[in-house]
Design a protein around this ligand. Structure first.
Ligand code: OGA
Ligand code: MN
Length: 285
């Protein structure tokens, strides 16, 4: 089958057809997909009727797969982005797991609180929302290139801290246990990073985890992260994905941020995610 790649937005996001994730992928197709990923940052694979096992197997073409530190699911590599519990019951927004998931309504990049943050994520839409639940992505290369001088001065050569425990403070989710905190201490990453594959510079922030900026007090740090996030969140840098069932999205966590729009909590939304382990520390540009 011929593989086609079609941009969905001038800034980022492209649709890839002619791939069946249930089947083995040859080296030439893998190269084509990898090149398209580096060029478009977010790939949309429509009509992928995959099991969790097939999802994980496809993900392994690109690297090792993270095991999330908090929960153990049936397939350990699958992180559940879902408002439906194991018994099929709709969960209320006030439940701790839902509070934690609600943080993804704010701009972030996955696993940035790890010393080696994730390279990319693949999200499979199983039960999708029609009342919202649009996943939005920003091209952080373009944001970096266009940063106004004052913001550029603030981020150049500086590091920001990323702390998983921030979630508890911003959305009131369960406080990490002492063990979780010890396993996941805050980490400092450069705010301007160089992509290990493309060599391009991008702005690297993750507003749900950033709790401090080097050399700034708490108020100034929060102000800077808010200003940067507001500058980034412009339609010209953004692809908004409206889901169809069995879409699989694959995004690069090194040069994009994402946020999902709210949806009616009475509507079921079930997505399964794999996360590709990062191979290298964040390198300053
Ligand atoms: C994620 C995430 C967005 C969504 O899975 O990392 O942020 O659309 N999800 O649910
Ligand atoms: Mn996310």
């Amino acid at each position: 089958m011929t593989v086609t790649v079609k941009a969905r937005h001038p800034a980022l996001g492209a649709e890839v057809r002619g791939i069946d994730m249930r089947l083995p992928m040859d080296a030439e197709t893998l190269r084509l997909v990898s090149d398209a990923w580096m060029k478009h940052l977010v790939l949309v694979f429509p009509d992928q009727h995959i099991t969790d096992r097939e999802h994980v197997t496809f993900t392994r073409h690109f690297g090792d797969v993270e095991i999330f530190h908090q929960t153990s699911d049936r397939v350990a590599e699958i992180f559940l982005v879902s408002n439906v519990d194991e018994e099929g019951r709709l969960m209320r927004p006030s439940e701790p797991s839902q509070k934690q998931l609600s943080s993804s309504q704010q701009w972030h990049t996955d696993s940035s609180y790890r010393p080696l943050p994730s390279m990319g994520s693949l999200l499979h839409g199983i039960e999708i929302s029609r009342t919202g639940g649009i996943t939005q992505f920003i091209n952080m290369y373009l944001v970096y290139d266009d940063l106004p001088e004052s913001l550029r001065r603030d981020v150049e050569g500086r590091r920001a801290r990323h702390d998983f425990g921030m979630l508890h403070r911003i959305v009131g989710s369960t406080k990490p246990t002492a063990e979780e905190q010890a396993a996941m201490p805050p980490v400092w990453h450069p705010m301007v990073r160089r992509h290990p594959v493309t060599g391009r510079k991008s702005l690297y922030i993750s507003s749900i985890y950033n709790d401090a900026v080097e050399g700034m007090d708490e108020t100034a740090s929060a102000g800077l992260i808010a200003d940067l996030t507001a500058f980034a969140a412009q339609p010209k840098y953004m692809y908004r994905h409206e889901w169809e069932p069995d879409d699989v999205l694959m995004w690069d966590n090194r040069c994009t941020v994402h946020a999902v729009t709210p949806h009616d909590p009475n509507e079921r939304r079930v997505m399964h995610r794999t996360t590709i382990v990062g191979r290298e520390p964040v390198t300053a540009a």
